[in-house]
Design a protein around this ligand. Structure first.
Ligand SMILES: N[C@@H](CCC(=O)N[C@@H](CS)C(=O)NCC(=O)O)C(=O)O
Length: 111
């Protein structure tokens, strides 16, 4: 079962929780109060050197951090991120990474 370290007040954490809930996935939520300094403890830093939540621990012990990476991984192949052809996946990634529409309409973003 997945273990999710998250602070319930954080949008970055909630989007992971909401997707897990919508997908009906089993997971263990470990409430991690970012205001307490626990994310900077040696224990936590060993899990996620960035010292941030959300962080997901897989069954085999690997850790995935960064909310957008987590929801991307969870959503892949589901109705939330259908199995697009490669070009469509990369267009979506560019849009997510840079917050722009890709390709830009003619005339935009030039000069
Ligand atoms: N880019 C990261 C940002 C994560 C982030 O900023 N997490 C905050 C809570 S929303 C945190 O853990 N702060 C504790 C700290 O920086 O010590 C993501 O999307 O997961």
């Amino acid at each position: 079962m997945l273990t999710v370290y998250g602070d319930i007040r954080s949008g970055n954490c909630l989007k992971v929780k909401w997707l897990l809930d919508r997908l009906g996935r089993d997971y263990r939520w470990v409430e991690t109060d970012v205001m307490s300094g626990v994310t900077r403890s040696a224990d936590f830093l060993a899990r996620n050197p960035a010292g941030q939540v959300p962080a997901v621990v897989l069954e085999d012990g690997r850790v995935l951090a960064q909310s957008n990476a987590i929801i991307g991984w969870l959503g892949e192949g589901t109705a939330f991120i259908p199995a697009y052809p490669a070009i469509q996946r990369w267009i979506v990634r560019v849009e997510g990474a840079f917050g722009i529409r890709n390709p830009l309409p003619a005339g935009e973003g030039q000069g």
